[in-house]
Ligand binder design. Structure first.
Ligand SMILES: [Mn+2]
Length: 413
């Protein structure tokens, strides 16, 4: 990503903000592992990253929209020789400026942060925006929530507001650079799956299949967008099973749901393989139903269509197909065998925020019909990543490892 991308994102955000105000965004802090506080992996707040391109912990971004125009400030930790000796290089003002496109004279050290925030607040900017995206009562308070409380105490006239929905709206539509990252992540994901099919064997544990996939991703220099799901046989009916600690038996199917991550953009791909290399007739029958459902859902992903239409297409198709497969007698029983939505937005988060209810060009979404037949020990999910364009949907994952002859040939070794 170029600095221009982040500069544009900040500009678009300020353009969308009505009136004047201060936006305060925090990068986050790594969680403290017991007695090992410096080594936990850090995952940057994605709204902060979207506006700065910086993935260092403990950084504040201050965007002020004043009557005299916008001002942008970034506050980073001052490099410290002792910390550098132990933990490696620290972000410098020049690097922060280069990555974010914020001029280096506007990159300051953390000790100035509260003074600058107070300066804008005491000068009459009373709308104060934080990225408040709490999802649980149990999670500890974030630094942003704590600082919002401080602002309310010290500046009782301040109005605390949430900027997250505005950033979500911007993030719903991807730029060509973002799309390239997702495409690249998908390419590595597929190639890693090909490697797994060549090396993993029936009778090995699910985690060994997952490890063969992850090995190639790691060697490609990418990370994982989320925990790899490798679910054999009946485990595959649990949608987010990631224990991966059972044996993958000959005769069963293996459902994998995984995604390499490139520059924080994750692919999200699901495939279902016969562990022994050959599908049974029944597995072929059910696999083919899901494969067809995928085409039908994808076909709906065109500008102007309501987003719910793609899932409805799967349900309508299943009402007939599951009858033929002798699974249901009544339309309302489809939900016994298919119990998730067909699509979600994809981007810096694997379940990316999106505020659109009608498809628009630039949206990147998954297309992932599934079929889960617990009584037969069969779970099938197929998932590709789709770009909505002006015309036909563009499949960023492509029809790779989706057809029975291709899979059986590759696994025939
Ligand atoms: Mn998904």
């Amino acid at each position: 990503m170029t600095a221009e991308f982040y500069t544009n994102n900040r500009k678009n955000l300020l353009d969308k903000l009505e009136g004047t105000g201060v936006i305060l965004l925090y990068s986050g802090m790594a969680p403290v592992k017991s007695n090992d506080q410096d080594m936990s992996p850090f995952s940057v707040n994605r709204n902060f990253y979207y506006l700065t391109g910086i993935d260092t912990q403990n950084v504040w971004l201050l965007l002020a929209k004043t009557k005299n125009g916008p001002r942008t400030w970034l506050f980073i930790d001052q490099p410290d020789e002792e910390i550098i000796k132990w933990n490696g290089k620290m972000l410098t003002r020049e690097e922060a400026s280069e990555r974010s496109g914020i001029k280096s004279s506007s990159v300051l050290y953390m000790q100035d942060f509260e003074r600058y925030a107070a300066m804008y607040l005491s000068n009459g900017l009373t709308d104060v925006y934080f990225s408040l995206d709490r999802r649980s009562m149990l999670a500890p308070p974030t630094r942003a929530e704590e600082f919002a409380r401080t602002v309310r105490e010290k500046f009782p006239m301040a109005q605390i507001k949430n900027i997250a929905p505005v950033i979500s709206s911007l993030r719903s539509i991807k730029t060509p650079e973002e799309i390239d990252c997702i495409r690249k992540a998908g390419d590595v994901t597929i190639e890693a799956l090909r490697q797994m099919l060549k090396t993993a064997r029936p009778g090995e544990y699910e985690y060994q299949w997952a490890a063969d996939y992850e090995h190639y991703v790691a060697r490609s220099g990418l990370r994982h967008g989320f925990e790899t799901i490798a679910a054999a046989g009946e485990n595959a009916v649990m949608l987010h099973y990631s224990d991966n600690n059972c044996i993958a038996k000959d005769g069963d199917l293996l459902l994998v749901d995984l995604g390499a991550e490139y520059q924080y953009y994750s692919a999200d791909v699901s495939r279902t393989f016969p562990i022994g290399g050959k599908f049974t007739d029944r597995q072929k029958e059910l696999f083919t139903i899901v494969r067809e459902a995928m085409d039908m859902a994808r076909e709906k992903m065109r500008p102007g269509n309501p987003t719910k239409e793609s899932n409805q297409a799967v349900i309508d198709f299943y009402k007939k197909a599951l009858r033929t497969a002798k699974l249901i007698n009544d339309d309302s029983d489809v939900s016994k065998y298919y119990y998730h939505g067909v699509s979600h937005s994809l981007g810096l988060d694997t379940h990316d925020p999106c505020d659109r209810t009608v498809y628009e060009p630039g949206m990147v979404i998954t297309c992932e019909p599934g079929l889960y037949v617990a009584e037969e020990g069969i779970g099938i999910r197929l998932e590709n990543d789709i770009l909505v364009t002006e015309g036909a949907p563009e499949d960023l994952t492509g029809d790779r490892l989706l057809d029975i002859p291709e899979i059986e040939e590759l696994m025939g070794r």
